[in-house]
Design a protein around this ligand. Structure first.
Ligand code: NAD
Length: 458
């Protein structure tokens, strides 16, 4: 399949050939017994060497992410920084969670050990093509698993480059990239020798992955899926903080983050003021060339994503900010063509929970704004979708925040911060249809092993 850069359709991306799943699994399986018997210290030496290899190809990775996904350069630099930082975070997690634990409060000496599962498959999305898979990859490797990484076909080139840098630091067969699309992903997760699957992507694909593993009851499946994340703006909120957080979380990666803000639930008493300020904040997000360091809003990933956005704009209703598709943006070298769009905001006041744009993840910079009577209604509306990834609450009252956080059915809640924050130093994972809560961020290594309980007579 020919691929073009979403930010400049005149740039053809290099072709990436599909991998051979059977051969890759056989190699990973062959390497497993030796790898699981290497000490944690030796595995850490390999991972740190991989980190150095990755750091040495910074420019390739940053430019590759921006070219292939259309993510603005500044965001691609952020992703690269998170990848490098992950190495020491993974080491700290391994030292914290992998050692045996002695259970003293039972009649005979008992110990819980963590054993690697075997071959792990990591399936990645396009929007954080390196960083998100890398979190799972580093955890599985340090825990003694061998790993096969199937990147998003939208980012096969840059993920292949990352894969070379990683693989060079480990013994043969311990880590490899298997390129391909849905069929390759399906073959990988369904392979009986693959004992653990870490999947990041849409709910529909996550369901298909879970279905293909269900008969193999002991295969571990970690799912990090979609979001329909709300910013809840209380009557006492600092509206400057709230509007800048909402505009940013709506427009980063052009709304294509699992934790993007796509709904605002605002107390009716401050709605008009909030909307006025939001319009001002959004004016800073003008579509531009992702390779320009000044760009804050890049293109969507594909023509299909742009069509989805344009169709959504045809929904009748009270559009507070009229978005639109853009054919070209200007660069120093002349106009370029790409999948560009502008932010859009729709007011959804009546029967919000049943409105299609309120409930569905669209993965574009489109926001619904819904006025609420009180905190109870805001919580109820937040919880009205089956997705439960992140939410932000804007209020000057810490106790009010705590009370609301407790009632919000989401995995990550932020106080006066954007829904997109999710630092690599904390766990990250969704409830409901957003995943099965197997932390996507810090601490995922807890799920990268099986537990074995040892008990002795004395
Ligand atoms: P996608 O579901 O289209 O694809 C994700 C990956 O799964 C790709 O590598 C794809 O080739 C593969 N795939 C698709 N169907 C498969 C199947 N049946 N079996 C095996 N592999 C299969 O998602 P995308 O468009 O790349 O990413 C966007 C989605 O990912 C959004 O829904 C977003 O919310 C979600 N996401 C979630 C998180 C999180 O941490 N919760 C993070 C990033 C993205």
């Amino acid at each position: 399949m020919r691929r073009f850069s979403p930010g400049d359709l005149s740039i053809e991306l290099p072709a990436v050939a599909d991998g051979d799943v059977r051969a890759a699994v056989a190699a990973a399986r062959g390497a497993f017994e030796t790898w699981r018997r290497t000490s944690l210290d030796e595995r850490i030496v390999c991972l740190r060497a991989a980190g150095k290899n990755i750091a040495s190809i910074q420019d390739d990775l940053v430019r590759g992410i921006a070219l292939e996904t259309g993510k603005p350069l500044t965001e691609a630099i952020g992703e690269f920084g998170a990848v490098v930082a992950k190495v020491e975070l993974a080491v700290a997690d391994a030292r914290r969670y992998l050692p045996d634990t002695v259970e003293a409060d039972n009649p005979r000496p008992g110990v819980v050990r963590r054993r690697p599962r075997g071959v792990a498959a990591v399936i990645g999305p396009f929007n954080f093509p390196v960083h998100l898979p890398h979190g799972a990859i580093t955890a599985y490797l340090l825990a003694g698993n061998t790993v096969l990484f199937k990147p998003s076909p939208f980012a096969g080139g840059v993920c292949g480059r990352y894969g070379e840098a990683m693989a060079a630091a480990f013994p043969p067969g311990v880590f490899a990239v298997v390129q391909g699309g849905i069929e390759v992903g399906q073959a990988l997760v369904a392979h009986p020798a693959v004992r653990a699957v870490h999947f990041t992507g849409s709910v529909a694909a996550g369901r298909a992955v879970a279905r293909s593993c269900v008969d193999d009851v002991s295969k571990d499946v970690a799912l990090e899926l979609g979001g329909k994340n709300a910013a809840i703006v209380c009557a006492d909120a600092d509206l400057d903080i709230a509007t800048s957080a909402v505009a940013e979380a709506m427009c980063l990666t052009a709304g294509q983050r699992c934790n993007s803000t796509s709904r605002v639930l605002v107390d009716a008493s401050v709605e008009a003021d909030f909307v006025d300020r939001l319009r001002v904040a959004l004016a800073a997000f003008v579509p531009g060339d992702p390779l320009d360091p000044a760009t804050r809003l890049g293109p969507l990933i594909s023509a299909e994503a742009k069509d989805r956005y344009v169709r959504a704009l045809m929904t009748p209703g009270d559009w507070l900010v009229r978005g639109g598709g853009i054919e070209t943006v200007a660069t120093a070298g002349g106009d370029i063509r790409g999948h560009y769009v502008t932010p859009a905001v729709l007011r959804v006041a009546e029967a919000a929970a049943r409105h299609p744009l309120f409930a569905q993840e669209l993965f574009v910079p489109l926001l619904t704004v819904t006025p609420t009577r009180d905190d109870d209604e805001a919580v109820a509306l937040n919880n009205a979708t089956p997705l439960g990834l992140t939410a932000s609450v804007f209020t000057r009252d810490a106790a009010r925040f705590d009370a609301m956080a407790d009632r919000l059915n989401v995995g990550n809640v932020y106080h006066d911060l954007p829904t997109t924050l999710s630092p690599g130093t904390l766990p990250f994972g969704g409830l409901g249809h957003s995943g099965n809560g197997r932390a996507g961020g810090r601490g995922f290594i807890r799920f990268a092993t099986d537990e074995q309980v040892i008990q002795r007579r004395k």
